[in-house]
Structure formats: structure tokens, C-alpha cells
Design a protein around this ligand. Structure first.
Ligand SMILES: [Fe+2]
Length: 179
């Protein structure tokens, strides 16, 4: 189940939400988008990039039109991926991007953690969740020790999606994605 836990700067829990509307409202308050999407058609097991993009074409096209995004692709991570530790480590520290980070989870899950002020918003996104992290927002992402997800990534420019690390070690003090 998708969940959002809000912490203070001493890692004390301020709020915990599992209701999609409550999650959307709390994230909207810090400028982060959260939507639930339904597939336009039934996806086959292990569906490829084209099939996944077609299944969510209406939602992806709407976001592209609203925000000027130009490309979308599909990534799939398996628990036995040989480079999973390296890939995981890339986004575990607090960073920002010049462009928005937009992800829709087709299968599996991942943890997006936002750090807008003294609070920390930890979202575990599951299949059916769209997360929109605006450009410049301080955040980190954990796919877990044994990553398992399929996600659509939507870009205005894939080159803009490079992590600029803030140098703040804040991420180490908060719970990671539990596996
Ligand atoms: Fe990121």
C-alpha cells in the first residue's frame, strides 16, 4: 500500500497517511504532485516498453501537454540485477535536478523522500502511483536492496535529469525503503 510518513528534523513522526487523497493533499502542500492512474488496457506479465507506454498513453500525453514534456521511457529493475547496489547508491543521497523527476509505477515500488524545509516527507510509491518532483526540489530515492519495479519516466530533456548533490548527509538519518 502507498504510504506517506512526515518526520520532523529529529526523525519524529509528525503524520502518517495511507489514504491516496490525504497523501495527495500533503504532498501538494510542498509542491509535489501525486496521482493515481489506471491502465487503459490490461498489461501482460513482463510487458515491454511499447506495451506499457500504450497502456498509459492517455495519462502520459496529458502530462506532456500540461508540462511540455517531450519523451517517456520505461525502466524495469529486478531484485537480482547485477548492478543494483551501484544503481541504488546513485540516488540515495540528497540531490536536486534541473528538470522535474516524473515517475509512474507500473509494477513494484520505490521510496521518494522530499526535504522541503525542516521536515522530511517519505513516500513509498506503489503500482498505480504517479510522483512529480519539481525541478530544484531537494530529495532522494531508494529502490531498496532488492529492487523490484517497472516505472515510466517522463522527461522534458533526459539530459536535465542528472543528480546535483546538495552535500547534506540528511538522508542517512531517515529510514530507507524496508524490504
Ligand atoms: Fe532524483
Amino acid at each position: 500500500m502507498s504510504s506517506l510518513t512526515i518526520y520532523d528534523d529529529q526523525v519524529r513522526t509528525l503524520a502518517h497517511h495511507t489514504d491516496a487523497d490525504a497523501i495527495r493533499e500533503a504532498l501538494a502542500g510542498i509542491g509535489v504532485g501525486f496521482e493515481r492512474w489506471a491502465a487503459d488496457r490490461v498489461l501482460s506479465e513482463g510487458a515491454g516498453q511499447e506495451e506499457v507506454l500504450q497502456a498509459y498513453a492517455a495519462s502520459v500525453d496529458r502530462l506532456k501537454a500540461e508540462h511540455g514534456f517531450v519523451t517517456a521511457d520505461v525502466i524495469r529493475m529486478k531484485p537480482d540485477h547485477p548492478e543494483r547496489a551501484t544503481l541504488r547508491a546513485k540516488f540515495l543521497d540528497e540531490h536536486t535536478h534541473a528538470d522535474p523527476e516524473v515517475r509512474f509505477f507500473v509494477e513494484g515500488r520505490g521510496q521518494f523522500v522530499l526535504h522541503p524545509d525542516e521536515r522530511v516527507f517519505s513516500l513509498v510509491a506503489e503500482a498505480g502511483d504517479l510522483v512529480f518532483v519539481p525541478a530544484g526540489a531537494r530529495h532522494w530515492f531508494d529502490m531498496g536492496e532488492r529492487p523490484s519495479f517497472c516505472a515510466i519516466r517522463i522527461f522534458s530533456d533526459p539530459a536535465g535529469w542528472v543528480a546535483a548533490y546538495t552535500g547534506d548527509a540528511v538522508a542517512e538519518r531517515y529510514p530507507r525503503l524496508s524490504t
